[in-house]
Design a protein around this ligand. Structure first.
Ligand code: PMV
Length: 316
């Protein structure tokens, strides 16, 4: 009997990094999925992709296995449609898909999404040393997610850890808005990037002011999303990118991708931790933007929203 869990990638439209400091953020699940399959292990040890489970290679799966499972050894395998370390949340999707597969393994075919999101955040936080619940909640829930420092309408749940509380909400993202992802091919190391930004915030008062300003941009973007005002959204994306650049989260390669498409986009910015990884553009010329990204050596994807988050299944 096999148990399967799958979960989508995400893009952060606004507010990465600042969200780690309790500021708001807006993210959207996209229809690239991570799938994890569990079978009873054919040996007396737990396996991942046929190899004995090791923290060094399988940190997320091992944390989930050690903390949320007790029983005979398992055999985990996975299939990913999400480039790893691309800023698209592949580690969150892996974590959520693994938790979903374990739920199915325990016979829970309609598990609590909130519980999975909470366990997912604990896992990312403990493995990475620091993490907001943005990626894990977006991957578990699907659709658009607004992370806020206070509760408002469409509240889903609140998660506290490390002295911070994040209030997670649903938010509508206009379906006809074209978002194109340009993946630089360079890996984005979330932990290092978060450290780098943390240094920038400690160096001077100015750094923390940039974080506050990102928070203001996100709140304004929330209003623009409600009004479906793509022109304003684009301006706010560009502003968000400038602030992230000042904080040291961008790099030359990402900037080159941004420059290549900015004349044909409402707005374009890095998404996720930066320092590599991906940029996103909102545009009404998606094919042109995709070609321009590819001309610059990037892999380009149309970010179609994924309305469904974690899926669980049991087969034969
Ligand atoms: O690059 P990703 O997909 O790991 O996203 C990181 C987003 C940050 O805001 C930089 C960190 C976080 O935990 O929210």
């Amino acid at each position: 009997m096999v148990s399967v869990g799958s979960a989508p990638a995400k893009v952060i439209l606004f507010g990465e990094h600042a969200v780690v400091y309790g500021k708001p953020a807006i993210a959207m699940a996209v229809d690239m999925r991570f799938e994890v399959t569990i079978k009873p292990s054919p040996r007396n040890i737990t396996l991942v992709e046929g190899h004995p489970i090791k923290e060094r290679y399988h940190a997320y799966v091992k944390y989930v296995h050690d903390h949320f499972y007790s029983g005979p050894p398992l055999d985990y395998s996975s299939k990913s449609g999400i480039p790893s370390a691309s800023g698209l949340g592949s580690s969150a999707a892996l974590t959520i898909a693994t938790l979903g597969a374990l739920k199915a393994h325990h016979g829970e075919l309609e598990p609590s999404i909130e519980e999975i999101a909470r366990m997912g955040h604990e896992t990312e936080y403990e493995v990475q040393g620091i993490a907001s619940p943005t990626d894990t909640t977006t991957s578990a829930h699907g659709g658009g997610i607004y992370v806020a420092n206070e509760q408002s309408s469409d509240h889903l749940w609140s998660i506290s850890r490390g002295g911070k509380t994040w209030h997670l909400h649903k938010i509508d993202i206009p379906e006809d808005m074209h978002i194109v992802v340009g993946y630089s091919g360079e890996s984005s190391k979330t932990r290092l990037q978060v450290k780098k930004v943390s240094k920038a915030t400690k160096r001077s008062k100015f750094g923390m002011e940039m974080i506050d300003e990102i928070g203001d941009v996100v709140e304004e973007a929330r209003g623009a999303l409600k009004k479906k005002d793509v022109v304003r959204l684009g301006e706010l994306m560009n502003k968000n990118q400038k602030l992230l650049t000042i904080l040291g989260a961008s790099n030359d390669k990402l900037q080159a991708l941004i420059d290549a498409v900015s004349d044909h986009s409402y707005g374009v910015k890095l998404t996720g931790a930066g320092g590599g990884g991906s940029v996103i553009a909102i545009t009404d010329k998606p094919e042109l933007v995709r070609n321009l990204f590819e001309k610059r050596g990037a892999k380009a994807y149309m970010a179609k929203p994924a309305s469904v988050g974690v899926k669980v299944n049991k087969g034969v």
